[in-house]
Design a protein around this ligand. Structure first.
Ligand SMILES: NC(=O)c1ccc[n+]([C@@H]2O[C@H](COP(=O)([O-])OP(=O)(O)OC[C@H]3O[C@@H](n4cnc5c(N)ncnc54)[C@H](OP(=O)(O)O)[C@@H]3O)[C@@H](O)[C@H]2O)c1
Length: 298
């Protein structure tokens, strides 16, 4: 029997981890959609189609015969065009570029470039296109040497957010209580990719699937980092008011994203609560934060 085809929109960052995990299942025929040809991937036997995300027709041609589309593209306009192309090509399933906080914990921001625009559209077309949101909290790779951007992403994160393990410093957002009791969930990207690859085999998808490797207070993050680095960290606290003030003042997009993520943390958006995917796939042993840091910083 022919294997069903899955397309990943976006070749680097999370897209490359997903590709590896999906290929490892041996159950899917994989194609990667990219803005440019990717000779290094093609040379390794991975099928790549170069597409124009502003053209639904270009996307339609790339998505014919595809069963499931996974997007890691941080651009709502591109994702809306992919959804239109999925409908034209009769794609069965779509995963939007979420992989972070749970939509149920997020405020309803407006604006066309927002992730919520994509979720609203998916809700409208749910009778034709099944979809699910994967929620996983913070990527543990934020705390690896060089951070998530050193893992091939275009991310703002350079490994100094919250914890700067190289320089043994920490900066934590706090609300008016000034306590470090805010909880965050964390998952290694390798585990995210393995859970997503496993979930492809499920017969039906709920609107959201949650996973995490650890669920810790900010004070626990600090304790684990100090333990792993065997040194006390210099700690700076940044208040809600300072975060709001600095968001308005800074023009630097990296600083903006860092501050917005801090704001989401103290709004408890990174506490996704439960982990149904871990329970469903117990054979995937999600990495705990201490083990992750030990591996990176040994
Ligand atoms: N939980 C967390 O802590 C966390 C952290 C970071 C990201 N995330 C989530 O993970 C997902 C992927 O993030 P990422 O850091 O891997 O993304 P990324 O590196 O910014 O982009 C992934 C891929 O998307 C394509 N792309 C980038 N910008 C694009 C644009 N404007 N238009 C069209 N294509 C574009 C690129 O592929 P090509 O060059 O091949 O076209 C790129 O390799 C997102 O959903 C993000 O929200 C979560």
């Amino acid at each position: 029997m022919d294997r069903r085809r899955v397309a990943i929109c976006g070749s680097r960052g999370l897209g490359s981890y997903l590709a590896q995990a999906i290929l490892a299942t041996g159950e899917w025929d994989l194609v990667i959609l990219s803005r440019t040809p990717q000779p290094d991937l093609t040379e390794n036997g991975i099928r790549v189609k170069a597409v124009d995300y502003t053209s639904v027709d270009s996307l339609y041609r790339a998505l014919r015969k595809v069963h499931t589309v996974i997007s890691v593209i941080p651009d709502a306009e591109a994702q809306l065009n992919i959804i239109d192309a999925c409908l034209m090509a009769r794609v069965r399933r779509f995963v939007p570029a979420e992989f972070e906080t749970s939509p149920e914990h997020r405020p309803l921001y407006g604006g066309p470039s927002d992730k919520m625009t994509v979720l609203v559209r998916l809700n409208e077309v749910s009778a034709q296109l099944e979809s699910t949101v994967f929620s996983c909290g913070l990527f543990m790779e934020y705390f690896a040497p060089g951070g998530w951007s050193a893992c091939g992403s275009y991310s703002w994160n350079d490994g100094t957010f919250l914890l700067d393990l190289r320089h043994k410093k920490a900066t934590f957002p706090v609300d008016s209580s000034e306590s470090l009791s805010t909880v965050v969930c964390l998952t290694s990207v390798v585990d995210v990719a393995n859970f997503v690859a496993a979930a492809l085999s499920l017969r039906s998808w709920p609107p959201e699937m949650k996973m995490f490797g650890d669920r810790l207070r900010l004070s626990d993050l600090l304790e684990v980092a100090q333990y792993v680095r065997a040194r006390e960290f210099r700690v700076k606290l940044i208040t809600e008011e300072e975060i709001e003030y600095n968001i308005l003042r800074t023009a630097d997009w990296r600083a903006q994203r860092e501050l917005q993520t801090m704001r989401s943390i103290i709004s408890h958006e990174y506490d996704i609560g439960q982990r149904d995917l871990n329970a469903r796939f117990p054979e995937i042993q999600a990495t705990a934060f201490e083990g992750f840091l030990r591996r990176c910083w040994a």
